[in-house]
Write a protein that binds this ligand. Structure first.
Ligand code: CLF
Ligand code: SF4
Length: 521
C-alpha cells in the first residue's frame, strides 16, 4: 500500500478532515444544471451535447464539412486529414456543398431525433470559408428551424465575422486558443495568412493571439456563448494553458475544453514526425483540475471528425455518405418536428427525475460524516448513451470515467479501448490493454461481465460490477460510493492509489448509435 492508499483510510477514519470531493457548483464544470445558471443560458446549452455534460448522454450533433480551406498552419495538423481542432486526424472528410449539407441535415434529423446541433468544424477553418459556411447556415435554419447552429474556428478571421455570426443566430462558437504568449505560439504555428500576406514566427503568433482574444470579447459582448478549445502539448504549452484559462475567463468564455494532443508519425504532422508526445490521462486531468475554478471545464470532448454524426462517443457518418444523400429525393425526407419535440420532452422528464434522485442521494450521503468526507474515487462505466449503465463489458470501445464522492459523480474523461469480445470470444491481449487503461479506477460498472475478465480485473484491483445494470449512471455511482467506503472501513476493500500513466487513445468509436429504447420507454 503506498502513502496515497493510506491517505484514503486516514480520511475516512478521521471524518473531521476537510472534504476533498466535488462539493461546489463551480467545480462541477459543464455538469452544471438549470439551478446553476441563468435560464437564458440554460436554454441555450441544455440540448447541446458539447456545452452540457448531462446533455451529451441524450443528444447528438452532426458536422457538415463545407469548409476545406485554412488560413493558418498548426504543427499538429496535416491538411490531408481532418482539422485536429475538432476532429480525429486520420480520416479524410467528404466535402459537401452548402446545398448537399442542408439535404444531409434533413436526412439525419429525420432519422436521428436526438440530433439537436449542426456544427461546421472543418475540414479547414469555418471562417476562412465564410460564404460556404454562412450559406449552409442560411439553408439549414430555413429547413430545420429547431436545430442549433454551431461553429468552430481558429479565430484569425473572427473579429471580421462577428456581425454575420450574430445575424445568422449562431449561439455557440468555439475558438481554439492554444496560447496567449507569442513566444509559446511560435512553437505551435509556423505561419498564418493575414491581410493578403504570409506571416511567420513570433509576428504570426502575436497577430493570431490578438485576433482570437478580440473575437472572443466581441462575441461575449453579444451574448454568444463561446467555448475555448486548447490542445495540451506537453513541454510546449502545458503549464502555459493556465494563463490561457485566466485570460479567456476574464473575457467571458463560457466553457474551456482542454484536449490532449493527438500525434502519431503516420499522421504526417510536424509534431507527429518530430516525436512530440501527447499527455497521459493523469497529466490531462491534473491540468483540467487546476484550471477548474469559477469557469466551466469541458471534459467529455471526443475530438470528433469534421463529418461526425451521432452521440459524441459514436460515429454514424458511414450511414450518411455523400453518395447516399445525393440519391435521396428531398420529397421522401420526413422532417417530423413534433416527433423531435416529443423526444426532447421525454428526455427532459428523465433528466429532471434523475437530478432529484441525485440530490436526495447526495443529501443522504452527506449526513454520514464518514462517507461524506471520504476522498473521491474513479469509477469507469460502460454505456451506449441515455445516461444508463447499459453496455456489456466485452462490447465497450470506450469507458466513461467518473470521479465519485459523496457530493457528486462527475464525468472526468473517457478511455478508448479495443473490443474485448470479438465474434463471441474474449481477447486476452485486449483485456490486458483495457486493464491498463482503467488502472486508476476502483471499479468498472457494466450491464454484464463474464467470469474471466472479472477475475483479471480484480487481480488489478478493479471490481467488475453488474448489479446496477440498466440503471441511471450517476445515482448508481453515488450508491456504490457508500458501499465502497463501507467496504474500506470494514477492511473488505484495500483502497488503491490514483493516477494513470496510460497514454490517451484516439480513434475508436462505437459503431452504431441508437440510444437503447429501454431508456426512452
Ligand atoms: Fe461540433 Fe464543436 Fe459545435 Fe460540438 S464538436 S462544432 S462544439 S457541435 Fe464537441 Fe466534438 Fe469536442 Fe468539438 S465533442 S470536438 S467540443
Ligand atoms: Fe489544421 Fe484546423 Fe489548424 Fe487549420 S486551424 S491548420 S485546419 S488544425
Amino acid at each position: 500500500m503506498d502513502s496515497r492508499d493510506t491517505d484514503f483510510l486516514k480520511i475516512i477514519q478521521e471524518p473531521e478532515t476537510e472534504a476533498s470531493g466535488c462539493s461546489e457548483k463551480a467545480t462541477c464544470g459543464s455538469s452544471a444544471g438549470p439551478a446553476d445558471m441563468d435560464p437564458e443560458v440554460w436554454n441555450k446549452v441544455k440540448n447541446h451535447p458539447c456545452y452540457s455534460e448531462e446533455a451529451h448522454h441524450f443528444y447528438a450533433r452532426m458536422h457538415v464539412a463545407v469548409a476545406p480551406a485554412c488560413n493558418i498552419q498548426c504543427n499538429y495538423c496535416n491538411r490531408k486529414y481532418d482539422c485536429s481542432n475538432e476532429s480525429r486526424p486520420g480520416v479524410v472528410s467528404e466535402r459537401l456543398t452548402p446545398e448537399l449539407a442542408a439535404k444531409k441535415v434533413l436526412a439525419v434529423a429525420s432519422e436521428i431525433h436526438q440530433m439537436t446541433v449542426v456544427g461546421i468544424a472543418g475540414a479547414g477553418d469555418s471562417l476562412a470559408n465564410p460564404d460556404k459556411t454562412f450559406k449552409t447556415f442560411e439553408l439549414i435554419s430555413k429547413a430545420a428551424p429547431d436545430i442549433k447552429l454551431c461553429l468552430s474556428t481558429n479565430g484569425l478571421a473572427l473579429p471580421d465575422m462577428v456581425d454575420r455570426i450574430a445575424d445568422y443566430n449562431v449561439d455557440h462558437v468555439t475558438v481554439t486558443i492554444n496560447m496567449v504568449d507569442p513566444e509559446v505560439g511560435e512553437k505551435i504555428y509556423p505561419w498564418i495568412f493575414y491581410n493578403k500576406k504570409r506571416w511567420k514566427g513570433r509576428d504570426a503568433a502575436k497577430i493570431l493571439s490578438e485576433r482570437q482574444l478580440l473575437g472572443l470579447e466581441m462575441l461575449t459582448a453579444r451574448k454568444i456563448l463561446v467555448k475555448v478549445n486548447s490542445v495540451m502539448i506537453p513541454g510546449i504549452n502545458d503549464s502555459h494553458l493556465k494563463d490561457v484559462n485566466r485570460e479567456v475567463k476574464k473575457r467571458g468564455a463560457f466553457l474551456h475544453n482542454i484536449m490532449p494532443l493527438i500525434s502519431e508519425p503516420e499522421h504526417g504532422t510536424f509534431y507527429g514526425l518530430t516525436g512530440q508526445r501527447g499527455p497521459t490521462a493523469e497529466e490531462l486531468k491534473a491540468l483540467q483540475d487546476s484550471c477548474e475554478g469559477e469557469m466551466n471545464m469541458m471534459r467529455h470532448c471526443r475530438q470528433c471528425r469534421a463529418d461526425a454524426v451521432g452521440l459524441l462517443g459514436e460515429d454514424r457518418s458511414a450511414e450518411f455518405t455523400n453518395e447516399k444523400i445525393e440519391a435521396i429525393e428531398i420529397a421522401d425526407v420526413s422532417y417530423d418536428l413534433s416527433a423531435r419535440e416529443a423526444y426532447r420532452d421525454k428526455v427532459e422528464g428523465i433528466r429532471a427525475k434523475e437530478r432529484k434522485i441525485k440530490e436526495m442521494l447526495v443529501a443522504g450521503l452527506g449526513r454520514d460524516s464518514g462517507i461524506g468526507q471520504a476522498p473521491p474515487i474513479l469509477v469507469a462505466v460502460a454505456t451506449q448513451g441515455g445516461g444508463e449503465i447499459n453496455q456489456h463489458f466485452g462490447h465497450a470501445r470506450e469507458f466513461q470515467v467518473y470521479e465519485v464522492s459523496a457530493a457528486d459523480a462527475k464525468f472526468v474523461g473517457h478511455r478508448r479501448v479495443d473490443l474485448y469480445c470479438e465474434g463471441g470470444y474474449g481477447e486476452e491481449d485486449s483485456l490486458g490493454r483495457i486493464t491498463a487503461a482503467l488502472s486508476d479506477c476502483v471499479a468498472v460498472m457494466v450491464a454484464k461481465i463474464g467470469g474471466c475478465p472479472k477475475k483479471t480485473l480484480e487481480e488489478a484491483r478493479i471490481f467488475g460490477i453488474d448489479k446496477y445494470a440498466y440503471q441511471s449512471i450517476k445515482p448508481s455511482l453515488l450508491s456504490y460510493f457508500a458501499e465502497y467506503v463501507e467496504g474500506v472501513k470494514a477492511g473488505r476493500i484495500t483502497p488503491k492509489a490514483s493516477g494513470s500513466q496510460t497514454p490517451i487513445r484516439s480513434g475508436a468509436f462505437t459503431p452504431t448509435g441508437q440510444i437503447p429504447l429501454t431508456v426512452l420507454s
